[in-house]
Design a protein around this ligand. Structure first.
Ligand code: 0O2
Length: 231
């Protein structure tokens, strides 16, 4: 490129100067840095909630000599899933929109032994004074028409940063091993797939969900004979 001396340039020539790489970089950063920051906050909130369940698990084991929490799983929604959800709801693709409209960027799944454990653990969690319940969906007492069972809570939890406290939303799903078994396999078979599932397959899936619920309730009856209730 020919070298221009500033004093010889006319004003219109100045506007033709190509955008230097540096400004493109800063434009990209102005989008990505707040997004990465937000995802980090969600990760921190998820860790806070995970720790609360690990503490409850330790304490229940100590008090009752039985651990009602089988597994704690965590997941952060992928960038693609976040974008797809916003696009499908015709919402803006901005950091503000993610925070305002999506409740499940940070997810924690608690797999319990018996259905009653779900209520014991979720009540103990909700009694903690830094946890605010935003929404509760009980798909155990009222299963979805396809047979899906789980207790879903959307909660707000504080995260403490070096200079501020921030409230973040986390989705917590509670399931028994049987509910999780069904949901995981059903997810693979049909959930979110664009193809229409034949009604015979849908009926069979529903039947499997009901069967799993019956087994859960039989196992619950059995454990009542030998294991003390949480009080
Ligand atoms: P993923 O991949 O697990 O994250 P919301 O999504 O919360 O804004 P909605 O539909 O009212 O809106 O939420 P709901 O009913 O509370 O369900 C959200 C999550 O529950 C899903 O997240 C699934 O994890 C699970 N879920 C709900 N229904 C079913 C179902 O029929 N089968 C299975 N296997 N899982 C289910 P995502 O974001 O859809 O998926």
């Amino acid at each position: 490129m020919p070298e221009h001396r500033l004093e010889t340039l006319e004003p219109q020539e100045l506007t033709l100067t190509p955008v230097p790489d540096k400004s493109l970089k800063s434009r990209i950063e102005s989008y990505t840095i707040p997004f990465r920051e937000l995802i980090t906050y969600y990760r921190c909130a998820m860790m806070e909630v995970e720790t609360k369940f690990r503490v409850l698990s330790e304490e229940f084991s100590l008090q009752y000599d039985r651990n009602p929490i089988e597994t704690v799983k965590t997941r952060l929604k992928s960038v693609d899933s976040i974008a797809n959800k916003l696009i499908s709801r015709e919402l803006p693709l901005t950091v503000e929109s993610i925070e305002k409209n999506l409740n499940d960027v940070a997810g924690v799944r608690i797999i319990c032994s018996f259905p009653s454990d779900i209520y014991a653990i979720s009540d103990a969690f909700l009694r903690q004074d830094d946890i605010t319940l935003i929404e509760r969906k009980d798909y155990i007492r009222a299963p979805k028409p396809n047979g899906y069972r789980s207790l879903h809570l959307i909660v707000e939890t504080p995260i403490f940063l070096h200079d501020k406290k921030k409230l973040m939303k986390v989705e917590v799903q509670f399931r028994t091993i049987a509910m999780d078994w069904w949901a995981s396999l059903e997810h693979k078979i049909r959930y979110k797939k664009d193809v229409e599932i034949p009604s015979a397959v849908a009926r069979e899936l529903l039947d499997c969900a009901n069967e799993a619920a019956r087994l859960d309730s039989r196992m619950e009856q059995l454990q009542k004979y030998i294991v003390p209730k949480y009080e």
